[in-house]
Design a protein around this ligand. Structure first.
Ligand code: UDP
Length: 371
């Protein structure tokens, strides 16, 4: 490490340095970057529990680097530039938005406690939460109204953080599954660049994610420290081993994809205009008076074969580009009421995709069936 470095900030698990001369590469790059050093210090329960996890700094730095790299390749902008050794990475300068975005696939931790759910219960749909980053207040759970009232982020920034968080969940969930890790939940932080772009920052590691073994559900993350489960260092090292092996597979697959005709086709990258068709119906457990009235009327007209009728909504969308994830988000946020309604959608390219791609009209994304 360069002695002339200036420490900008020291947190519970990381130190942020201004790069010393020559550390960050050419001058222009140094001016736009910081160095993040990952520590072995561990804290939990708002700093009330303290300790050290040997090798944690190295594991968190290397796991974060591999996962940031994967996300970048999948088109998610992150602050990661490159590693500078086992415990350090060079990152783009950002101003951290003081909001923690938590994504959950399975009930655990504070969610299980707050909602009275059994830890390990799968969630019918992904849960996204915001916490206000404030040590004095103990990082309280907040919603979009609080975010706006406190002026923590503008509406489009909140939208972007949420949609990036859901995309990150999709990418990481699949990639980690291949490494034998179930992504139970995780916390993300975002930052604003000089130009105001919102990008992923902070870290993605066993400190900030819950990883359970896919076969045994053994906890391989910071819960081993929080709950005194033992074998803490071993669990961190195991995550690094599995993610490193996974990263090799992900790279080989990308090389294979390039060799067999380049990057993913344009339509798969979401660069083609598209149509979406969304079908919304009341959940089967919810009374449907309109359906009942139509059913009655059909029977009165002599259509005795009608066993039951449910009335729903059919919505069509014209899109500038094809993005099933965004349509799913639209359904969850506006088009359907997830408390009482199920939804289903299809997204199809509006014009002929390039040669070698599915023919026009072929479904390119379905899903989002509400539970
Ligand atoms: N988390 C984090 N930093 C925090 C709080 C939570 O990285 O300050 C992560 C935690 O590791 C877990 C997810 O966010 O993967 C959800 O944590 P939860 O709200 O259940 O809190 P906890 O049980 O850690 O108190």
């Amino acid at each position: 490490m360069d002695d002339s470095r200036r420490k900008l900030y020291e947190g519970k698990a990381k130190i942020v340095w201004e790069a010393g001369p020559g550390e960050a590469g050419p001058g222009a790059e140094a001016a736009r970057t910081y160095i993040v050093e990952y520590k072995d210090d561990a804290t939990a329960f708002d700093g009330k529990k303290r300790g050290r996890i040997g090798g944690k700094g190295r594991v968190n730095n290397l796991v974060s680097a591999l996962l940031f790299d994967l996300l970048e390749r999948e088109g998610v902008p992150t602050h990661f530039v490159r590693t500078l050794g086992d415990r350090e990475m060079l990152v783009r300068r950002v101003k951290i938005i003081p909001v923690e975005v938590v994504v959950r696939n399975v009930a655990a931790g504070s969610l299980a406690k707050r909602l009275g759910l059994e830890e390990g219960a799968p969630l019918a749909r992904t849960v996204l939460e915001h916490y206000y980053k404030s040590d004095e207040l103990g990082d309280p759970l907040i919603n979009r109204y609080h975010l706006r009232t406190l002026d923590l982020a503008a509406d489009p920034e909140i939208d972007r953080m949420e949609s990036l968080a859901l995309r990150i969940n999709d990418i990481l969930g699949g990639a980690l599954e291949e490494c034998g890790l179930r992504l139970i939940d995780f916390k993300l932080e975002f930052g604003r660049t000089d130009t105001g772009e919102v990008i992923l920052a902070d870290e993605i590691s066993p400190d900030t994610c819950r990883f359970w073994d896919t076969e045994t559900n053994e906890k391989l993350d910071k819960d081993r420290f929080r709950r005194d489960l033992g074998d803490v260092e071993e669990a961190y090292e195991e995550v690094l081993r599995r993610v490193t092996a996974g990263a090799e597979k992900w790279r080989v697959r990308r090389r294979g994809a390039r060799a067999s005709g380049g990057e993913r086709p344009a339509h798969a990258r979401g660069e083609w205009p598209a149509h979406a068709r969304v079908f919304v119906t009341l959940k089967s457990t919810v009374l449907d008076p309109q359906g009942a009235a139509v059913e009655n009327a059909l029977r009165t007209l002599g259509y005795d074969e009608v066993k039951s009728v449910r009335v729903g909504k059919f919505i069509t969308l014209e899109l500038t580009h094809l993005s099933p994830e965004r349509v799913d988000e639209m359904c969850r946020r506006l088009l359907a009421n997830p408390v009482i309604e199920d939804y289903r959608f299809e997204v199809v390219p509006a014009t002929a995709p390039p040669a070698g791609s599915p023919p026009p009209g072929a479904p390119t994304g379905t899903g989002g069936k509400g539970q």
